[in-house]
Each structure stands twice: as C-alpha cells, then as structure tokens.
Write a protein that binds this ligand. Structure first.
Ligand code: CA2
Length: 146
C-alpha cells in the first residue's frame, strides 16, 4: 500500500512560530514519525509540502496511479481553493482532510472547507495527533473488506 501526505502553505513553519495554536513539533519531525508508523504497518508513505497552490495541484496529479490514498492538511487553501478540490476529485484518489486546530472553533472564514464533503473523513483539533488519527483512519478504510 502506498500513501501520500500533503501539507499546504505555512505548515513548513511548524514548531518555529505560534506554538500555542499549532504546537511545538516541526513538520519534519511529524513526517519522520508518521513514516515510521506507516512502515510498521507495511505501508509506504511519501511526504510533500508546498506554499504554492499549483505545486500542490501538480503533486496530486502525479499521485494518480501511484498512491492508494492521500492525507491532506491543505492549510489556508482548505478554505479558498476550488483548484485543490478539482485536483482531488479529478484524481479520484480517496483522501482524508486533516487539521491541527479545530477549524470550526476558530474564525468564521475557517468554517468552510472546499474539501470536506468529498473526503473519506475529516480530523480536526487534535494537534499532531490529527496526523496519526488520519493515518489510522485511512488504513482502516482501505483494509476493510468490500
Ligand atoms: O489547523 C490546521 O491545521 C490549519 O490547516 C492550519 C492553517 C490554517 O489556515 C487552517 O485554517 C487550519 C495554517 C497553517 C499555518 O501554520 C503555521 C505554523 C506555524 C506558524 C505559523 C503558521
């Protein structure tokens, strides 16, 4: 099984700024930890981060025929990007939307997601644990019979 973790804009700053909202782990530490966990499950996990919407779209296109599912924290593009939605739906790859913070408990403009209605599931508000729960959730989804 082959999975892809995608992180969107500003998430490269994790662990360096605003720890009260986003925690103190760096993105690299999260990725290494998740890749270790995936490997224990016999799964390959690739990781990609970009601050550019088009680069995220390109990476989703590249994933067609390559990965079984995508875990995505699209950052602020969650709330703005029809292009990311179209790329995910066009790729036809099942995906989990995830967030460190509980976006529903934050500003009104974070309450809308262009991705959530077609996601396998959405995980939001558990900090770094959101990444682990997303991995667990998608493995359970992909492995379930039928
Ligand atoms: O809670 C999440 O994971 C978000 O996707 C994070 C985005 C935000 O726009 C979404 O509404 C919710 C922001 C990521 C910014 O990451 C930073 C990390 C450290 C310092 C500054 C920004």
């Amino acid at each position: 099984m082959h999975l892809l973790l995608i992180n969107g804009p500003n998430l490269n700053l994790l662990g360096q700024r605003e720890p009260s909202i986003y925690g103190s782990s760096t993105l690299q530490a999260i990725e290494v930890d998740l890749q270790r966990k995936a490997k224990e499950e016999g799964v390959q996990l690739d990781c990609f981060q970009s601050n550019f919407e088009g680069a995220l779209v390109d990476r989703i296109h590249k994933a067609i025929g390559e990965v079984d599912a995508i875990l995505i924290n699209a950052g602020a593009y969650t709330h703005t990007s029809v292009a990311l939605r179209d790329a995910l739906l066009g790729a036809g790859i099942p995906y989990v939307e995830l967030h460190l913070s509980n976006t529903s408990a934050r500003e009104q403009f974070r309450h809308n997601s262009f991705l959530s209605d077609r996601a396998v599931g959405v995980i939001s508000g558990f900090g770094v644990m959101s990444y682990h729960l997303a991995l667990q959730g998608i493995l359970n989804y992909l492995r379930k019979p039928g």
